[in-house]
Ligand binder design. Sequence first.
Ligand code: HEC
Length: 304
Amino acid sequence: MLIKLAKTTALIAVASCALNAANFNAQAEKDRVELVKYFEAKFADPYANKGSFFPYSTDDELQNNFEKGLKFADFHLGSYSYAIDAKKTYEPLTEFPPYEFNVEKGESLFNKAFANGKTFADCFGEPAVGDKYPHFDEKRGEVVSLTQAVNECLTSNGEKEWNTQKGDMADLQAYINYTTMEAGKVINVEINSQAAADAYERGKEFYYTQRGYLNLSCAECHVQGTGQRVRNEKLSPLLGSVTHFPVYRLKWQGMGTLERRMSGCVKDQGQVPSKDTSNEMKELLFFMTYMSNGMKIDGPDVRK
Ligand code: HEC
């Protein structure tokens, strides 16, 4: 009897474990589905939604300068997804994309031998691995970003680390994400453990926490604020915010990684950003990337 009971309890324990295992991403998935619904509702008809979503925009702007009926996959272009005037200045730039040279440079960096004769292929296999980052490494108990993986590949081969925001790092990532786009790969961040779910929650908390002298959160600009004009720019949506990096920015006169852009926004909030490979930054990236799950990778791209 006792043995039988013990067996039953063990079985129940195993079953509830399996149940939890399937559910580690439950909260993240709920958040993601809600976010998609929010943006689709907001941009279904911006003029009709003036009262609910765009209290500060003019009728003229809402009637004449916003795309209507945007669906999930349309949000991959940042503010160019919905802003008709901004898209008009963006489209000519993509005819002769200024990042082509960077993609070529990235290709030669990928294939160039380190001093020990090995190459990035020894770390990554093929170049089209943009969909594999960031991911939660269960053994290490941390989020691993592409930027970190590139630098770890360098140091494990006796090379020096690269700047995490521009130069070779951005060029190599331009090539990696270009080949990932060509392979038709899709963002697919997985959350398979409590530790990964916790990392996601910390990233989300960072995104929604007000900070800095303006006391603004990322979300106030890139969720509630999407569509709003800030200085001369329209605010882009969180949905699709990571699909197209690195970007060639006219303001930078060059390429920059996603971390460069993110830390720029942290600075604009009046804060000192943490290191690009810190857990804080990587967990923020993990949250943002999960929110774009299911979208195609289409980097690199051009921005003002
Ligand atoms: C005061 C408003 C404001 C806040 C707060 C803010 N940003 Fe931004 N962000 C901007 C503006 C303006 C741009 C340039 C226009 C655009 O693409 O949205 C931008 C651009 C970006 C982009 C590039 C989007 C693209 O398609 O190129 C990313 C990514 C980004 N922000 C992330 C963040 C993160 C992460 C935070 C919080 C740490 C944050 N932002 C906080 C105003 C803000």
